[in-house]
Ligand binder design. Structure first.
Ligand SMILES: Nc1ncnc2c1ncn2[C@@H]1O[C@H](COP(=O)(O)OP(=O)(O)OP(=O)(O)O)[C@@H](O)[C@H]1O
Ligand SMILES: [Mg+2]
Length: 374
């Protein structure tokens, strides 16, 4: 499976572009602010339905245009598939898969992608939100139901927060709060079960990779959720009750804080290197190695689950790695379709055959193949 063709209309700084990609390595190079990351973002958007750099979809619409359109042609061996997304400046985006209207969740697994940016290298030292994003980005692609639950849960947190902000002045809101607590416990229980199952697999795959890159350091990964939950893999009903009791116990504190204080929206991963919490004690290099291991392990898990190799999108990542880690990444990723921005350098060209695109001011100014013809 690979992305064969991408057409963009009024997407970021691209007015009109039609690009035919290589099934192997695609190097996007050019000066700063020419549109390399924008192109990568467009590819990822076909996979997730969301622009990874935008807070709101409309930010991706080219300045002055009233809508953006992306069309991707995916080669799935014996057949092809088309994903077509229109993003209006105002209103909801429209997604079509093979010309039929589809919900964003239906994109799950259609064009699986793993994105790796320099921010991900800070995964270990950054706040829990970044680690939750890692879990969410993979689970949303593997489990459409998870993606739907996560959307519902996040919406519930936003609505409950709005209620908590008024609860002190309006006592009639308190009954509504009760309904929200039940709902959060119910959806939260399901999210926790999905996450527990995923982290169990991640905790097996990532340490192996980490030991190989670091020459024997021991990485461990564990799922940290609401303290009232003693076994995150327990039955939904058990989890639901534990979450609900915790929310009831925190009721007054939540009203005082005007915030949702407990639930999987505060989950984290506990990562240790050689037995010590990495966030506090690991060196910059150890953290980067752990981040690389977690990312590559995620791709490996997706490949096993889906039976196809996910696209790998590397935004400026190689130049951020030292020679040893660069070598490791290049050796480990030399399969499937890969997009690399930022460098036309020898490192990337050590990979098998591919195509180089020169990106200039929102256009593909040049293109040539290298290595074996693919
Ligand atoms: N909605 C938009 N409409 C038009 N242009 C936009 C829009 N959003 C971003 N841009 C512009 O796109 C340009 C290219 O951005 P991009 O991040 O893709 O550059 P890049 O080639 O990856 O650069 P760098 O090497 O610095 O990472 C930026 O100058 C930015 O102002
Ligand atoms: Mg960039």
């Amino acid at each position: 499976m690979y992305l064969q063709k991408l057409s963009l209309t009024d997407y970021r700084n691209y007015s009109l572009a039609e690009i035919t990609f290589h099934p192997g390595v695609n190097l996007l190079y050019g000066g700063n602010a020419q549109g390399k990351t924008n192109l990568l973002e467009a590819v990822e958007l076909l996979s997730s339905g969301k622009a990874f750099r935008a807070a709101r979809d409309a930010e991706a619409v080219r300045f002055g245009a009233d809508h953006a359109r992306l069309r991707g042609e995916i080669n799935c061996g014996s057949r092809s598939r088309e994903i077509d997304i229109t993003i209006p400046r105002e209103g909801k985006k429209i997604i079509r898969i093979d010309k039929s209207p589809a919900a964003a969740q239906s994109l799950a697994g259609k064009l699986p992608c793993v994105l790796f940016t320099p921010e991900h290298l800070n995964l270990i030292k950054s706040g829990p939100a970044e680690r939750r994003k890692l879990i969410n980005s993979i689970l949303c692609q593997l489990r459409p139901r998870y993606s739907a639950l996560l959307t519902q849960y996040n919406r519930t947190v936003v609505q409950k927060t709005a209620i908590l902000r008024q609860a002190e002045e309006r006592s009639d809101m308190l009954q509504v709060l009760e309904d929200y607590n039940r709902r959060m416990a119910e959806i939260g229980a399901e999210l926790i079960r999905f996450r527990a199952a995923f982290v169990r697999i991640l905790a097996k795959a990532a340490p192996r990779l980490h030991a190989e890159i670091s020459g024997g350091e021991e990485l461990s990964v564990a799922y940290e959720t609401v303290s009232a939950v003693d076994d995150p893999s327990a039955e939904s009903e058990v989890l639901k009750n534990q979450l609900y009791s915790r929310l009831c116990a925190l009721r007054a504190a939540e009203i005082a804080a005007r915030a949702c204080l407990s639930g999987p929206h505060r989950d984290d991963l506990l990562i240790t290197v050689d037995g010590r919490e990495a966030r506090q004690y690991a060196s910059q290099g150890q953290c980067r190695t752990a981040a690389v291991a977690l990312k590559l392990a995620s791709r490996h898990i997706m490949e096993k689950e889906l039976g196809v190799i996910p696209l790998l999108l590397l935004d400026d990542i190689l130049s951020e790695l030292d020679a040893r880690r660069q070598d490791y990444v290049l050796n480990r990723i030399d399969r499937g379709q890969i997009f690399i921005t930022g460098c036309e350098d020898e490192a990337a060209r050590r990979l098998r055959a591919g195509r180089i695109f020169e990106i200039s001011a929102g256009t593909v100014a040049g293109r040539r193949d290298f290595g074996r013809m693919g």
